[in-house]
Design a protein around this ligand. Structure first.
Ligand code: AP5
Length: 218
């Protein structure tokens, strides 16, 4: 299955894509995770991306398209992949179309996850992440077994720098302006499925299973 997860910051794209990836064995490509790792490792990509990310703005299209191009080249022959956080602009979506056409494969589904704004702000402000293994928690909704310690690798959990209030406001505005137009872009191509992202992580996963091109139970 080749699937794009679309939705505003904090809708739960990464949480759901991780679970699908584990359950069905499809690799997940998260441009946010790749960029954060580059920032941590202080690579030239990380140095280019850091200021944009901290401010809640998008990293330039050509930088992100380059990252995805390299990753997809490894994956197009595989059974499938899950894209989380890409594409995020119409230019990125057009570049993705070209990459897939060149590889003679097509997207099966774009899942548009929908959550009201006040809930997004709660999810983002309470999110804690493991910088070592990228696992994601929430101070109320998804608590680790030991406070501030990652269940998976024992790393110290942190708040992302772009989950501060001002950066969250910018990210939500950038989403409306630059990413929301992709809803119409993919709806016109007949591959968009809207899902309600409210409720528990499990409830959202059950809804997701109803629209993904998979057989079998969740
Ligand atoms: P990125 O990392 O992609 O951030 P985002 O799109 O803003 O999405 P988030 O990771 O914030 O949210 P999510 O929807 O994955 O939610 P999550 O599952 O974590 O990008 C970060 C930055 O990198 C961008 O701002 C930009 O600068 C740059 N960038 C990345 N890609 C780019 C691109 N293509 N082009 C240009 N720049 C790019 O869940 C959120 C919280 O809610 C968690 O705590 C989770 O535990 C909790 N939660 C999840 N589901 C539920 C539920 N059902 N109920 C209760 N809590 C829940």
């Amino acid at each position: 299955m080749r699937v794009v997860f679309l939705g505003a910051p904090g809708v739960g794209k990464g949480t759901q894509a991780d679970r699908v990836s584990v359950q069905f064995g499809h690799p997940k490509i998260s441009t946010g995770d790749i960029l954060r790792e580059a920032v941590r490792n202080q690579t030239s990509l990380g140095q280019q991306a850091k200021a944009c990310m901290d401010a809640g703005k998008l990293v330039p299209d050509e930088v992100v398209i380059g990252i995805v191009k390299a990753k997809l080249a490894e994956l197009v022959c595989a059974k499938g992949f899950l894209l989380d956080g890409f594409p995020r602009t119409v230019a990125q979506a057009e570049a993705l179309n070209r990459l897939l056409e060149d590889a003679k494969v097509r997207l099966d589904q774009v899942v548009n996850v929908i959550v009201p704004r006040d809930e997004l702000v709660k999810r983002l402000s309470g999110r804690r992440s493991c910088p070592t293994c990228q696992a994601v928690y929430h101070v109320d909704y998804r608590q680790p077994k030991r406070a501030d310690v990652c269940d998976q690798c024992g790393g110290a959990l942190m708040q992302r720098s772009d989950d501060r209030r001002e950066a969250v406001e910018t990210r939500l505005a950038v989403y409306e302006e630059q990413t929301a137009p992709l809803i119409a872009f993919y709806r016109a191509r007949g591959i968009l499925a809207d899902i309600d992202g409210t409720g528990s992580i499990e409830e959202v996963y059950v809804r997701l299973m109803r629209v993904l091109p998979v057989r079998g139970s969740a």
